[in-house]
Design a protein around this ligand. Structure first.
Ligand code: 5AD
Ligand code: SF4
Length: 459
């Protein structure tokens, strides 16, 4: 699972209502899997004749795709529901139908409709095909038989319409769902269920559709893509080879890798296949072997560092990012110092770090959460400060280099500039006329601001 979380992603593209004239807005929290699932929900609803809209005030139905990984993420969603209701009340507008999808739906089920949360519908991760029917009934003022539909179905693999929604010029393609790892702090194996693979033929077919729709870059997604295994016969390295053979695919990224599955033959394949981007997001979570054992991460710090050094040998230009949890139950100052040592040693491009958040029912919930909140906060701040300091040194040394990248979108700042991403996932901002999204550019790095570089095309 990846730490690319917490940002609210608004998916929206106004389409004419061709059926029931009912407008749906989907709001997404959490990881890239949720972004993909929201695209799949869009596709299902559009096919059923619903119109999807860009902004919540226009919507008759608001679906919120949610994350349960930390308590804070869940609180945000519940307060968002209250805010939506209040806004309409104050404006004297009719109330929308509000549905909760995703991990919170799965974890909390019926409870979401109790306790005065004012939620109309709860649909879990494997039941989105029921949405058109349920919404049809609710918008037609028919009381549906069920307002909560949850539970895992191994056969449910949703496919997002690739022509609709590239993310950062890269099309997300989920290759499997769920997780069999059961790290002791994590709720995902319960909310997303056991790991279940999408058929390789279905994955390839989806990627061909992406190419047919004009795409050339895909991001293969899963809680642990590196654990992909189709009937023990085709592993992730073999899948990468097949995807690289699809005509028209130029770049392949993937999220998230588990350090345990970063076998040498996989890293060899990543290094060998030109189309596979040299960027590894491999969450270590902690640098202490004692904590890693208690988290049930199944590797040691030395094994992780061995993966990093082998990857540096066989994958030209490779960069790394990672997730960290600080203040796991029993984490001592010495354990925390081991974590800081990893950051100094690996020199990540980017890290996502979180305070441990106890989740109900997970194995770690039985441990005494004995690191005080203030201490968790202090460790988090120290970890982030060290990353910033380490990264600033790395980034300064990169200024002056010539980089190639693909234009992803207009930059937010400065006006008229473009956001470009390199194969190894570095971002730079470039000004210039006649630039278009999807174009390959080569530019000289002139400076940096946090993790974004500034660049210009040399005269
Ligand atoms: N508390 C804090 N962070 C967590 N993560 C997962 N579960 C928890 C938890 N209970 C973090 C991990 C994971 C990222 C997506 O979220 O770092 O990689
Ligand atoms: Fe990732 Fe571990 Fe959670 Fe699985 S159980 S999603 S491997 S953190």
């Amino acid at each position: 699972m990846s730490g690319f979380q917490g940002e609210l992603t608004e998916l929206g593209r106004a389409t004419p209502a061709n059926g029931n004239g009912c407008n749906v807005f989907v709001e997404t929290y959490g990881c890239q899997m949720n972004v993909y699932d929201s695209q799949a929900i869009f596709g299902l609803l559009q096919r059923a004749g619903f119109a999807t809209v860009q902004s919540e005030p226009e919507a008759d139905v608001v679906l919120i795709n949610t994350c349960s990984v930390r308590e804070h993420a869940e609180h945000r969603v519940l307060s968002r529901v209250g805010e939506l209701r209040r806004k309409r009340e104050l404006a004297g507008l009719p109330q929308p139908i509000i549905g909760i999808c995703g991990c919170m739906a799965e974890r909390m089920g019926d409870d979401l409709q109790k306790n005065n949360h004012r939620i109309d519908l709860v649909v879990g991760v494997d039941n989105y095909d029921t949405l058109p029917g349920l919404l049809g009934e609710l918008t037609g003022h028919v009381e549906p038989v069920q307002r909560t539909v949850t539970g895992h179905r191994s056969e449910a693999h949703y496919v997002a319409p690739p022509e609709l929604y590239p993310v950062n010029n890269s099309h997300l393609v989920t290759i499997h769902k769920g997780c069999d790892y059961k790290c002791t702090y994590c709720i995902v194996p319960y909310t997303r269920g056991p790991q279940s693979e999408k058929h390789p033929d279905q994955i390839l077919e989806e990627i061909r559709t992406v190419v047919a729709a004009g795409g050339s870059e895909v991001t293969l997604l899963g809680q642990n893509v590196t654990a992909y295994s189709w009937q023990q016969d085709l592993d992730f390295a073999a899948l990468l080879e097949l995807v690289a053979d699809v005509p028209g695919v130029e770049r392949i990224r993937f999220l998230t890798g588990h350090p345990r599955d970063m076998h040498r033959h996989l890293m060899d394949a990543i290094g060998r296949l030109d189309k596979v981007c040299p960027w590894l997001h491999i969450p270590i979570q902690s640098g202490s072997d004692r904590v890693l054992r208690r988290m049930k991460r199944l590797y040691t710090k030395a094994e992780y560092l061995d993966v990093v050094s082998y990857a540096r040998k066989v994958i030209p230009g490779v960069t790394f990012s990672s997730d960290f949890i600080v203040g796991f139950p029993g984490e001592s100052e010495i354990d925390f110092q081991d974590t800081l040592e990893v950051v100094r040693e690996v020199k990540y491009d980017q890290i996502f770090s979180f305070k441990y958040s106890e989740r109900p029912g997970v194995p770690a919930a039985r441990l005494d959460d004995d690191v005080p909140v203030e201490e968790k906060k202090r460790r988090l701040a120290e970890l982030m400060a060290l990353q910033e300091e380490t990264w600033n040194r790395e980034a300064a040394a990169l200024v002056g280099q010539m980089w190639t990248g693909v234009v992803e979108a207009e930059a937010r700042r400065p006006a008229g500039a473009w956001r470009v991403r390199t194969a190894n996932n570095r971002k730079f901002v470039l000004g210039g006329d006649g630039i278009v999204v999807g174009q390959n550019v080569r530019a000289k790095i002139t400076g940096y601001r946090n993790t974004t570089f500034l660049a210009e095309i040399p005269a």
